[in-house]
Design a protein around this ligand. Structure first.
Ligand code: AMP
Length: 173
């Protein structure tokens, strides 16, 4: 397969979901078989040989890349979901948004102390979401071996919230 520029497959949607936000649409990347394969393969290459036991994916676009990555690495997948969606007993974390707060949950029995995991989402913006997931996963005693994104909005300095953790992003703005 020829080398492809993943950035070309990201579609910018101005003022979505609200005015002033430039939404980075990944559906155009997912739709292209070579772009999809290139992005999952690149994440797999970054997180191979680290003894990863689970990929933890963040709802909802983190599920798409996270599950494909887990399949490629030959490991299991654990979903982190918005409040009220997971059926069994959960642990939760609440974090601040621009206006108000949001809550994310993980099944209470999903992770054990020492489990090596990688956390995946589609996009790193301010880092608030993934920072909350780092806390949720870290509180279980699991070891976070890295955090991976397809897109990083570097001008928002989300990395600041992930100090000390290996961060991989495939496309930067
Ligand atoms: P943050 O917590 O600010 O890092 O925001 C990250 C979460 O919000 C991710 O789950 C992204 O899918 C979503 N998100 C934030 N900003 C954008 C954007 N400009 N385009 C697409 N998704 C975004």
């Amino acid at each position: 397969m020829k080398k492809i520029d993943l950035k070309k497959f990201i579609r910018d949607i101005p003022d979505f979901p609200k005015k002033g936000i430039l939404f980075k649409d990944i559906t155009t990347l997912l739709q292209d078989k070579d772009a999809l394969k290139t992005s999952v393969d690149a994440l797999a290459k970054a997180f191979a040989k680290k003894g990863i036991k689970y990929v933890v994916g963040i709802e909802s676009r983190g599920f798409i890349f996270g599950t494909a990555l887990a399949y490629k690495l030959g490991v299991g997948f654990i979903p982190v979901r918005k409040k009220g969606k997971l059926p069994a007993k959960t642990r939760s974390v609440t974090y601040s948004l621009e206006y108000g707060t949001d809550t994310l949950e993980i099944h209470a029995d999903a992770l054990k102390k020492g489990d090596k995991v990688v956390i995946i989402d589609d996009l790193l913006a301010t880092g608030g979401t993934v920072g909350a997931v780092v806390k949720l996963v870290g509180d279980s005693g699991a070891r976070i071996m890295g955090v991976g994104f397809v897109i990083e909005l570097a001008f928002l300095n989300g990395r600041e919230k992930l100090k000390g953790l290996p961060i991989v992003s495939l496309i930067q703005y």
